[in-house]
Structures are given as structure tokens and as C-alpha cells.
Design a binder for this molecule. Structure first.
Ligand code: 5GP
Length: 227
């Protein structure tokens, strides 16, 4: 009866460093078949355990710049003053046209660029429970120089100032709770009136005729059609 847009939703999940976005996103993907993640390109080196094509497409700075020149990115940013990160344009458009809901796990500058291009994008910011917790997690990850870790920590403060540009904020104190909150957001977004393309209701005269022909209806005291 209500036909909503067939095109999938574009969802941005940003958050401070070490907010646990990656874990939250993986859990969302496991629990929701129609959701998929756009894999970004980056010029940073892979961390231990990261896989090509799953976590990122890892390319050199030169190759990244060639892709910028070829207009291959929906958006890209130079993050933490050290590396490029970019969202591949064609893959995202194809997935949306297939009706998939696509998650972009990107930082705040990129999020704003995408919002300008696609104003219907749903922007969700995931927060760690505290800055002390972020510091602990950065140190525990321990795969960067002290200078890089401090840059990451400083960027977290700048990113928090950007929260008003998002539609939703979710605190990740417990992964399953954070995931449930995001699922609730996505369900509500699907019910938005501005996602409706058509409201097709049955013909009024036909239904009234059915009423009039209905014997049980004639005997009912609750409602009568006169004239
Ligand atoms: P990390 O090095 O920890 O994997 O990512 C650093 C930051 O870059 C994170 O905030 C992550 O969300 C962001 N990021 C990852 N991919 C992209 C992308 O394609 N575009 C933009 N703008 N940011 C990205």
C-alpha cells in the first residue's frame, strides 16, 4: 500500500578514534542482510591483521593521487595529516541502485562532503565512553609512533566538536547496545514520510459498495450509512 524508495539508504558512521566503530559496523553487517560496507582506499600501511579488500584497498600515495585525478572518489580526505582515505564512487552508486543500504565508515570532513552531495544521508557519530578510555585504547593498539598517537588523540577532540553536524550520536559503552541503537535509527529512517514515493490505496467506491452489500454490516448498530 505504501511504496517507499527502492534505492538503498546511504549511512555514514563516523566517530572518534578508538570508539570501536569497526566492531560496531561488523556486528551490524552480521545482523542485517541488506546492509553492506563500502571498502575505502587508503595510502596508509596495513595494520597487523588487516586484509586487502576487506578493511581497505591499500595503495601508494602516488596511486591514490592518480585515482583523485581520474575522479574515482565520491569524497576523499587527508587524515591525521599523514594519509589519504577515499570512498570509491562507482561501487557505492551501484550498491545503492541495487537497493542495498550502504555504510561509509569515514571521518568528519568526508561525511560533510557526502552530505552535500546526498542530503538524505543518515549521519551517525559513535563515541567512546570517555577520553581517558580513548587514550588507553590508543596505547593498547600500540602500532604507531608516539607522535602519531598524540595526533590521533588531538584529532579526537576536534572531531567531538563536529557532533552537531550529525543526525545521531551513539555511545559505544557496550557493542550490542550500540548496535541495537543504530538498528533502531535505521528502522525509523525507513519509515520517514519523505522516503515514500507513492501511497496506493484501494478504490473508495468499491469498498463502500462492499459495505453496502455486506449483510452483517446492515445488522450492525454501530455504524449506518444514510441516504
Ligand atoms: P584508520 O587509520 O583508523 O583506519 O582510519 C582513520 C580515519 O579515517 C577514521 O576516522 C576512518 O573513519 C576514516 N576513513 C576511513 N575511510 C575513509 C574514507 O574513505 N574517507 C574518509 N573521508 N575517511 C575515511
Amino acid at each position: 500500500m505504501i511504496h517507499s524508495k527502492k534505492q538503498g539508504s546511504l549511512i555514514i558512521i563516523s566517530g572518534t578514534t578508538c570508539a570501536g566503530k569497526g566492531t560496531v559496523v561488523q556486528e551490524l553487517l552480521k545482523r542485517n542482510e541488506n546492509l553492506c560496507l563500502s571498502v575505502s582506499y587508503t595510502s596508509r600501511a596495513p595494520r597487523d591483521g588487516e586484509q586487502e579488500g576487506k578493511d581497505y584497498y591499500f595503495v601508494s600515495k602516488e596511486n591514490f593521487e592518480k585515482k583523485i585525478a581520474a575522479n574515482d572518489f565520491l569524497e576523499y580526505a587527508y587524515v591525521h595529516n599523514s594519509n589519504y582515505y577515499g570512498t570509491p564512487k562507482k561501487e557505492v552508486k551501484d550498491l545503492l541502485n541495487d537497493g542495498k543500504d550502504v555504510i561509509l565508515e569515514i571521518e568528519v570532513q568526508g561525511a560533510q562532503l557526502v552530505k552535500q552531495l546526498f542530503p538524505e544521508t543518515i549521519l551517525i557519530f559513535v563515541m567512546a565512553p570517555s577520553m581517558t578510555e580513548i587514550k588507553k585504547r590508543i596505547i593498547a593498539r600500540g602500532q604507531e609512533s608516539k607522535e602519531q598517537m598524540i595526533k590521533r588523540f588531538q584529532t579526537a577532540y576536534q572531531e567531538i566538536n563536529e557532533i552537531p553536524k550529525y543526525n545521531y550520536v551513539v555511545i559505544n559503552d557496550e557493542v550490542s547496545k550500540a548496535v541495537s541503537k543504530i538498528e533502531a535509527i535505521l528502522i525509523s529512517e525507513k519509515c520517514r514520510v519523505d522516503r515514500i514515493e507513492e501511497i496506493a490505496v484501494e478504490n473508495q467506491e468499491e469498498i463502500i459498495h462492499e459495505f453496502l452489500m455486506d449483510k452483517d454490516f446492515d445488522n450492525s448498530n454501530s455504524f449506518q450509512i444514510k441516504g
